[in-house]
Design a protein around this ligand. Structure first.
Ligand code: HEC
Ligand code: HEC
Length: 348
């Protein structure tokens, strides 16, 4: 059994104690359609946007965490969300393409779930408008968990420990809406901040090593990375063609499939760079194995194609510069408070 009091203390009361009332009100009014924000976040992060109809509660988060780790949500009980978004692998999976039920593989790599709460849209092409909208997709997807949502609901309602939690949290048996909301609430707690970069920004100039500090200057300066990897989550909630995969015969066209704007051809969502050292291989197609390869890709000006973003151009970086950029990402954006979540005890 989860210890309800502990959970409540850490996730709800702490945030109230640390938060000023006017700030809550401000946050509530500034983000339309959102009830407010979970303010108890690590140093350097913004309050987490929370939808009006899915407020964070300790019991809902605990339920969502169980669902996230539960392989019974897949057809043959072998795959959970955590199989492809594993805490020990940066909430990604270390493979070029994710492997679902029966060894099925898709054509895109599993992005990290860390800080996904901050994205305005989900998926590499942004086709889901929220974490709630995203959450049911992989359960039913034949190359991921391959279990129909009706069957998933049936299975959960046959497990008394789930049935009673759904009753407690939502006042109903398990249903698709509740599953999506609980998983999304849990994902909003998978956060990484308080990295050396954040402490440096907060005034501790010793937080970055000399190499990482040189890399930071390049990142925000002549390497032009912050043109897209900007703000507290190192992403701009936007889509760009940086040339990845554009040199194959039938490129993945990315965002254009959703936006229908020709300019979005080959464009993908700018991903966060927090905890980036843990989530190799990189890019939507997992084609770059190391951060060194990533920096080389940018240094040579990406891969030329008709839709290449104008912020991608050949950079004048020497070997020292490249190494320093990598050090900044590896050291500067890795948190000592990494969300090293363990699978919870699952209900019977
Ligand atoms: C078989 C591997 C696999 C499983 C299982 C899986 N995912 Fe994913 N997930 C992926 C891949 C691949 C993508 C990217 C797909 C795309 O962008 O088209 C993705 C994308 C996401 C995203 C979007 C992140 C972003 O940066 O846009 C979230 C959130 C997510 N998954 C959560 C989940 C949850 C919750 C579950 C369980 C219900 C789950 N995933 C199960 C492989 C998987
Ligand atoms: C024009 C916008 C833009 C600029 C400038 C830019 N990036 Fe990116 N970055 C992106 C996009 C978009 C992706 C995902 C592309 C894809 O998968 O096709 C990405 C992906 C990455 C990834 C892989 C992330 C992952 O989870 O797989 C890393 C690392 C990265 N960028 C680092 C950098 C660095 C370092 C610089 C500066 C040298 C930089 N970026 C400049 C937009 C940009």
């Amino acid at each position: 059994m989860m210890n309800f009091k502990d959970l409540l203390t850490t996730t709800v009361f702490r945030s109230v104690r640390r938060t000023c009332l006017p700030c809550i009100v401000l946050a509530m009014t500034s983000i339309s359609g959102l009830a407010g924000a979970a303010d108890d976040v690590p140093l350097g992060l913004k309050p987490v946007p929370v939808p009006k109809d899915n407020p964070q509660t300790a019991e809902k988060i605990a339920l969502g965490k169980q669902l996230y780790f539960d392989k019974r949500l897949s057809k043959d009980n072998t795959v959970s969300c955590a199989s492809c978004h594993a805490p020990e692998l940066g909430f990604s999976n270390g493979e070029r393409f994710a492997t679902g039920v029966g060894g099925a593989k898709g054509g895109r790599s599993a992005p990290s779930v860390i800080n996904s709460a901050y994205y305005r849209q989900q998926f590499w092409d942004g086709r889901a408008a929220s974490l709630e909208e995203q959450a049911l997709g992989p359960i039913a997807n034949p190359i991921e968990m391959a279990l129909s949502i009706e069957d998933a609901v049936d299975r959960l309602n046959k497990i008394s420990g789930y049935k009673s939690q759904f009753q407690k949290v939502f006042g109903t048996d398990a249903n698709p809406d509740g599953i999506a909301k609980a998983i999304a609430a849990y994902e909003r707690t998978v956060l990484s901040g308080n990295a050396p970069f954040d402490r440096y920004k907060a005034g501790d100039k010793s937080a970055l090593s000399e190499a990482a500090e040189r890399g930071r200057k390049l990142f925000f300066g002549k390497a032009n990375c912050a043109a897209c990897h900007s703000g507290s989550n190192f992403e701009d909630n936007s889509y760009h063609n940086i040339g990845i995969g554009m040199d194959v015969k039938e490129p993945d066209k990315g965002r254009v499939a959703v936006s229908k704007l020709a300019g979005d051809t080959g464009a993908f969502k700018t991903p966060t760079l927090r905890e980036i050292a843990r989530t190799a291989p990189y890019m939507h197609d997992g084609s770059l194995k190391t951060l060194e390869e990533v920096v080389d890709h940018y240094a040579k000006g990406g891969i030329a194609n008709e839709w290449l973003d104008e912020e991608i151009f050949e950079l004048r970086l020497n070997d020292q510069d490249k190494a320093d950029l990598v050090t900044f990402m590896k050291e500067g954006l890795a948190s000592p408070d990494y969300p090293d979540h363990k699978a919870p005890k699952l209900p019977e």
